[in-house]
Ligand binder design. Structure first.
Ligand SMILES: Cc1cc2nc3c(=O)[nH]c(=O)nc-3n(C[C@H](O)[C@H](O)[C@H](O)COP(=O)(O)OP(=O)(O)OC[C@H]3O[C@@H](n4cnc5c(N)ncnc54)[C@H](O)[C@@H]3O)c2cc1C
Length: 226
C-alpha cells in the first residue's frame, strides 16, 4: 500500500476512543493500513429499516478509502449512504489458553471504521474502485480476467467509505494469568497459533485442459493470508 496522506495518528473520537482493554488499542494509522492490507473480508454493519444488519463482504482498500460492491438490489449497500456504518476487519492469530477459563482469549488484529459511505458514480472512479476490490483478494486478476461490461457495471453499486475515523486493537502474547495465583495450578497454558493458507488451485470442471493456471494464481499456493 502507498504512503498514507491521512494523519499518522488515528483520531480519538467519541466513537473510536478505546474504553475497555485499552492496552490493546493502537492509534497508529500504519497498523490500520497493515490490518486492511492483510485481508479482503470484512463485516459491514448498518441499520436497515430500523434493524441492524452485519453483512460479511469483500472490500478493497487504498490509502483513503474502503470500497464495497454488490447488487443494486442489496439492501445493506443501498441503505448505507443515508446511514452511519461500522465496518470491522478481523484477523485471528491464535487461541490464548489460560489456566482459568476466565482468562481465555484470542490473539488478534482488528480494525473498526466508522462513517457514511458515498456512492461512486463517476465511471473512471468506479472502474478504479472495482480494480482495487479485485486486486485486494486476487492480485493480478484485474489484468487477467475479462473486465466488467456496461450492463454489469450498471447492475453494480459501488460505495467508498473514508478511512478517517477508525480504531485498531491488537492482542499478542501469552495468557494473562502467568503472574497470578493460578500460575501455581498444574494446568497447561499457552497459545495455539492459527494460520490461514491458500491451498492448491482446482480447475473448473468445464475448463479445457489446455488452459493452465497463470503464475499470479499458482504463486499464492501455500502462502499465508493475514
Ligand atoms: C476475534 C476477537 C474475539 C474477541 N472476543 C472477545 C470476547 O469474547 N469478550 C470480550 O470482552 N472481548 C472480546 N474481544 C475484544 C472486543 O472486540 C472488544 O475490544 C472488547 O470487548 C471491548 O468491547 P466494548 O464493547 O467494551 O468496547 P469499548 O471499549 O467501549 O469500545 C470503544 C471503542 O473502541 C474501539 N474498539 C473496541 N474494540 C475494538 C476492536 N476489537 N478492534 C478495533 N477497535 C475496537 C471501537 O472504536 C469502539 O467504539 C474480541 C476481539 C476479537 C478481535
Amino acid at each position: 500500500m502507498k504512503q498514507n496522506p491521512l494523519p499518522a495518528e488515528l483520531p480519538g473520537t467519541d466513537r473510536t476512543r478505546h474504553r475497555r482493554l485499552r492496552e490493546q488499542g493502537s492509534d497508529d494509522r500504519g497498523a490500520l493500513d497493515a490490518i486492511l492490507g492483510a485481508g479482503f473480508l470484512c463485516h459491514f454493519g448498518v441499520v436497515v429499516d430500523g434493524h441492524p444488519m452485519v453483512v460479511p463482504t469483500v472490500y478493497g482498500a487504498d490509502a483513503l478509502n474502503l470500497y464495497f460492491h454488490g447488487s443494486v438490489a442489496s439492501r445493506s449497500l443501498v441503505a448505507a449512504p443515508t446511514a452511519t456504518v461500522c465496518v470491522t476487519v478481523t484477523h485471528v492469530d491464535g487461541l490464548v489458553l489460560a489456566r482459568s477459563v476466565f482468562e481465555h482469549g484470542v490473539n488478534y488484529r482488528s480494525a473498526m471504521i466508522y462513517g457514511t459511505p458515498r456512492v461512486v458514480t463517476d465511471p473512471t472512479e468506479k472502474l478504479a474502485a472495482l480494480r482495487c476490490l479485485t486486486e485486494q483478494s486476487a492480485p493480478g486478476q484485474w489484468d487477467y480476467a475479462r473486465r466488467p461490461s456496461r450492463k454489469e457495471l450498471a447492475a453494480t453499486v459501488l460505495l467508498a467509505l473514508s478511512l478517517e475515523e477508525a480504531s485498531v486493537k491488537i492482542r499478542t502474547g501469552d495468557p494473562d494469568d502467568g503472574d497470578g495465583p493460578d500460575a501455581a495450578l498444574p494446568i497447561w497454558a499457552g497459545t495455539l497459533p492459527l494460520v490461514t493458507t491458500f491451498g492448491s488451485e482446482r480447475p473448473d470442471a468445464a475448463l479445457p485442459e489446455a488452459i493452465t493456471a497463470p503464475p499470479h494464481i499458482t504463486a499464492r499456493v501455500g502462502t499465508r493470508l493475514g
